[in-house]
Design a protein around this ligand. Sequence first.
Ligand code: X6L
Ligand code: MG
Ligand code: MG
Length: 160
Amino acid sequence: MPRAYLGLGGNIGDVKANIQEALRMLQANNAVKLIKQSSYYETAPVGFEQQAWFLNIVIEIETELPPYELLELCSKVEHQLKRERLIRWGPRTIDIDILLYEGFESNDPKLIVPHPRMHERAFVIIPLYEIAPNLFIKDQGIREHAISLNNQEIRKLTND
Ligand code: X6L
Ligand code: MG
Ligand code: MG
C-alpha cells in the first residue's frame, strides 16, 4: 500500500481537539491507516504573521486512496471542522496538506506534490524529521533541512 505524509495544523478554537477529531475522521475511512504521528508543536505563524501561533503535527499513513481521493477526503474533513477561508494564509480551525505521496508527483495547482514549500517551513520539517528521519527532500537529507531552519520559532508541546 502506498505511504503518504500529511501535515495538519490550526490556530482557532481548541486546536488540539480539532486535530484529534481530524485524525479520527481520516481513520474512519477504511482505506486510510495511521502508521505514525509526530508530537504536537507550537509554531510561530508564517506567511501572515498577525495571527495566533499554530499547533502543527505530521502523520504517516498507508492508504489505498489514490492521490485525488485522498485530497478529497482531506478537504471533506476540513469542511466538517468548519474551515473558512477569509484571509489568505490566515487563521483556520484545521488545515490538512498532502506533503508527500509515495510514487506520485504532480504540478497540478489543485494538488502540488511534493508540497513545494515544505522544505522552507520548520512547522513541517521538524515534525516530519521526528517520524521520518531518513527522508530526502530535494536531494538533501531532512536532517540538514531541519538544521537550516533553526531560526524559525517552534516548540515541542510537552505534557507538563
Ligand atoms: C514569503 C511569502 C515567505 C509567503 C513565506 C509561508 C506563505 C507559508 C504561506 C510565505 C508563506 C505559508 C501555517 C502557517 C500557514 C501552519 C504555521 C503557509 C500557508 N499555515 N504557520 N502559515 N503553521 N506556523 O500550519 O504555510 S499559511
Ligand atoms: Mg498548509
Ligand atoms: Mg492547505
